[in-house]
Design a protein around this ligand. Structure first.
Ligand SMILES: [Zn+2]
Length: 416
């Protein structure tokens, strides 16, 4: 993956563990000589939220982490991998993306960068291209962006439907997504389908009726774009409530383009996450702070639409749990790079480097209500990103530089 000379000249010290013929035996591997390890467990490290350990080692057994600590104290293992003084962080958890789509919107982006503002309507362009694409084309496109994200350290991702907007097209998007992640979200309520432009109420009826019935078996989450030009508070409530009744957990596109009811609705319905959170009243911030709902900030969207930044500092100071995600989609945020989002969050949303790295890993896990990812400690999934840098701070300090030189996912060394 990393094409720099250092990566090419420094092959792994030991061979990559591979599955054995025995279904029982697992291979233990110690990754040693880690300059700085982010565990996201204060009890394991220096007591800060990142739980940093200097000169660290991680021991993996099968797909799980079984030990972390100082390198000199690492137990004996089958394999030993020398991290050569790199920093190691948990694999990024990208809890918000839209990767089942076809076509692109280069011209729209070009026009917007030449002065036109972003509205929800541009989604229709992608809907037309997605409907026209075959299953194979959609899956190949999805895999292309997953591979791109993986090479940048993303080991867990959530993705959604929302570019089909018919029962058939929404269900097939979810089926395709579910082949590649457990974190699948039904977003039939992305915009009102162009086929129902004259009768939005009938579209809401479809989204809460036949479409939901077809989609619920393939999804874990239900989402709605609660925004002027998409769905109002009452419509959003009906959609999320119907999804809950079918066993889906809510998450909400809220308060991206303006003030609105999305955040309050998310909190009221115990949504795992309110995503965007760019325009918040004090009541919105207070509601989030007194809830389990995570505020997921998507700085790629503000960057790519030249919009006002969400105020992460205000949320963090109020005690809100904040996640960072890419919102990767062809319209408003066409980046799969979590390191890029970390850099933007630090530079433009007033997060510290520690906060941004936490939010891009543990924060994403919280936004998916997962405890097995987003941390490096005993029992966690062995998902790691090795950085060609001595510290995680370099993710913000060296923006745009491909620092992720190696990725481990479920205990497998899958990209270098
Ligand atoms: Zn989104």
């Amino acid at each position: 993956m990393n094409t720099g000379p250092a990566a090419m000249n420094n092959p792994p010290a030991t061979s990559t563990p591979t599955s054995t013929n025995s279904p029982v035996a697992t291979v233990t591997t110690a990754i040693v000589n880690i300059a700085s390890l982010v565990t996201n467990d204060p009890s394991l490290g220096d007591g800060t939220p990142l739980g940093l350990i200097q000169d660290a080692a991680v021991v993996i057994d099968g797909d799980r982490i079984v030990w972390v600590g100082e390198s000199s104290k690492a137990p004996a293992t089958d394999n030993r991998v020398d991290a050569e003084g790199r920093a190691v962080i948990p694999g990024f958890v990208d809890s918000h993306s839209h990767l089942v789509f076809a076509g692109d919107r280069t011209q729209e982006f070009n026009a917007r960068m030449s002065g036109r503002s972003y509205t929800a309507g541009g989604i229709r362009t992608t809907v037309a291209a997605t409907r026209a694409a075959s299953d194979e084309e959609l899956e190949a496109n999805l895999l292309r962006y997953l591979d791109e994200a993986l090479r940048q350290g993303t080991t867990t991702f959530e993705t959604k439907s929302g570019y089909g907007l018919t029962t058939h097209d929404e269900a097939r998007a979810l089926r395709i997504a579910a082949r590649h992640t457990d974190e699948v979200t039904y977003l039939g309520a992305h915009i009102v389908s162009p086929d129902y432009a004259d009768d939005p109420a009938a579209y809401v009826e479809l989204v809460t009726g036949d479409m939901l019935d077809a989609c619920a078996p393939h999804a874990r989450w239900v989402d709605v774009f609660c925004e002027k030009g998409a769905f109002d508070g009452d419509q959003a409530r009906a959609i999320l409530t119907a999804g809950k009744a079918k066993g889906l957990h809510p998450r909400v596109h809220a308060n991206q383009l303006g003030y609105g009811p999305g955040v309050q609705l998310a909190v009221e319905l115990d949504a795992a996450s309110a995503d965007h959170c760019t325009h918040l009243t004090q009541e919105d911030v207070d509601a989030l702070a007194n809830s389990r709902t995570v505020a997921t900030l998507l700085p790629g969207a503000e960057f790519s639409t030249r919009a006002e930044w969400p105020d992460a500092r205000r949320l963090l100071d109020a005690g809100v749990t904040v996640a960072l995600s890419t919102d990767c989609n062809p319209g408003s945020s066409f980046t799969s790079s979590m390191p890029f989002c970390v850099a933007l969050a630090v530079r433009d949303m007033r997060m510290t480097p520690d906060e941004a790295v936490w939010s891009a890993t543990a924060g994403g896990a919280a936004a998916l209500r997962r405890t097995d990812i987003g941390r490096v400690g005993p029992g966690a999934r062995a998902d790691l990103a090795l950085l060609d840098a001595p510290s995680h701070v370099h993710l913000a300090y060296r923006p745009g530089v491909p620092l992720v030189t190696e990725v481990w996912r479920r205990g497998e060394r899958i990209a270098r």
